[in-house]
Design a protein around this ligand. Structure first.
Ligand code: NAD
Length: 421
């Protein structure tokens, strides 16, 4: 197999290690691993932007189209000053598994632009977004590759993507991106959907291992799109959220935190640590609290071999991508912690994107409650499938192994049916 520069990157090597591990368990041939190690297509684009001061700056962007055996590529676009090609390729591989596990008619893709969007004016951001999409336009489309938001991209960026694409092809291909603003074919429930799913799988796991969800204590790291809505639904379904955090630190109250009050404090003061009725704690303390359920919903690699042994939660629902390292996975399993892997727990967003895309294809719109009902059914069913596969076949391994085994086998089966391998 040839060499590509992204193969030297740590994050890419971790993704391949996970693939090799599941391939060993499933008894897959080396040639299958080789066929899945690399993206089917990797696009690098140069995006010149005329800055407000008249100068021209050039940004680099990528779109990695990992695998299309199950359908068009699907996955977000991230704007971040440290995005690398290896990260984009690894994330596109994880999207292949996440979409396959969720039972969606999609392959996996991911995009990234190496930029600090917070340092751009709105006009510069718009020019960058249009420039990126123009550069990848011939490789995307509602039946080819369907981007969506990721870190530091949002429905406004999707609106610019859609508009730029429509100008190029000469019509509105509504399904070319998802998580669009409501007026442009989006769903109001998209913003809450990942957090909804993260809380839902925690609820389902609690029913199995803790005898129910009501009254159980929950700690949540991260109070962004995912953490905030996970908190909302955890409370809605009867649990008690006793700690939350953001990048500045955390707040703890054993009697429970109030959602609306916390949102207000976060909006006014920019951090949850200013919530008055509670004790300030560090992010590290939050992870190690004596709670029933822990939801890491901020960044990757927060539970490692260094702190895994001190985790007291009985259930972890991975809202973030990659919050638990492979070494920590094994320690948690030995301690009896039920860790619901990211590709299962945080799939609510892409499932809602699929519902949006189906609407766009049909030219009609569901009511919010119907969309949430579809999401609930699909996430509950997916959780049950993984849980029963785990307990019946892979009980000596972390739940992640069962999730990966299901996802990778589906992709490999589709590749075999198509005659690719
Ligand atoms: P966000 O930017 O809206 O929120 C992130 C939160 O994490 C913020 O509250 C921020 O203050 C906090 N944070 C940042 N650094 C931190 C640190 N060092 N310690 C503690 N908290 C910190 O992002 P989001 O959309 O909520 O995404 C969070 C995670 O979930 C990411 O890993 C993302 O890839 C993953 N994810 C998001 C979605 C989605 O639909 N938004 C879907 C799947 C996975």
């Amino acid at each position: 197999m040839g060499y590509a520069p992204y193969m030297d990157e740590k994050v890419y090597r971790m993704a391949v290690r996970q693939l090799r591990n599941v391939a060993r368990i499933l008894g897959l041939e080396d040639e299958v691993v080789e066929a899945l190690m690399h993206p089917e297509r990797l696009i690098q684009v140069k995006i010149p932007v005329k800055m407000d001061d008249g100068s021209i700056r050039v940004f680099l962007g990528w779109r990695s189209q990992h695998n299309s055996a199950l359908g068009p590529y699907k996955g977000g676009v991230r704007y971040h000053p440290e995005v690398t090609v290896g990260e984009v390729v690894a994330l596109s591989m994880w999207m292949t598994w996440k979409n396959a596990l969720a039972g969606l008619p999609y392959g996996g893709g991911k995009g990234g632009v190496r930029v600090n969007p917070k340092a751009l004016s709105r006009r510069e951001l718009e020019e960058l977004s249009r420039g990126y999409f123009r550069a990848i336009a011939r490789f995307v489309g509602s039946d080819i590759d369907i981007p969506a938001p990721d870190v530091y991209t949002d429905p406004q960026v999707m609106a610019w993507f859609l508009d730029e694409y429509s100008k190029i092809v000469g019509y509105d291909d509504w399904g070319v991106v998802t998580a669009k603003p409501y007026l442009l074919g989006g769903l109001k429930t998209r913003i809450t959907s990942t957090g909804y799913g993260v809380a839902l799988v925690a609820r389902e796991a609690a029913k199995k291992v803790l005898g129910g969800f009501e009254g159980k204590t929950v700690a949540i790291q991260g109070f962004g799109n995912v953490g905030r809505w996970a908190m909302y639904y955890a409370i809605e379904w009867g649990a008690k959220v006793i700690a939350v955090s953001d990048s500045k630190g955390g707040i703890y109250n054993p009697d429970g935190l109030n959602f609306n009050r916390l949102v207000e404090v976060k909006e006014k003061t920019r951090s949850v640590i200013n919530y008055p009725e509670g004790r300030k704690i560090s992010n590290r303390e939050l992870l190690e609290l004596d709670v029933d359920i822990l939801i890491p919903a901020a960044i990757e690699n927060v539970i490692t071999e260094e702190n895994a042994d001190r985790i007291k939660a009985k259930i972890i629902s991975e809202g973030a991508n990659g919050p638990v390292t492979p070494e920590a996975d094994i320690i948690l399993k030995e301690k009896g912690v039920v860790d619901i892997p990211d590709i299962l727990a945080n799939a609510g967003g892409v499932i809602m994107s699929w519902i949006e895309w189906c609407h766009n294809k049909m030219g009609c719109w569901l009511k919010d409650e119907d969309a949430l009902k579809r999401l609930d059914e699909k996430m509950s069913m997916n959780f049950d499938t993984v849980y029963s596969e785990w307990t019946s076949k892979y009980s000596d391994e972390p739940m992640r192994t069962a999730a990966y085994a299901i996802a990778v086998s589906r992709v490999v089966k589709a590749m075999k049916l198509r005659g690719w391998i």
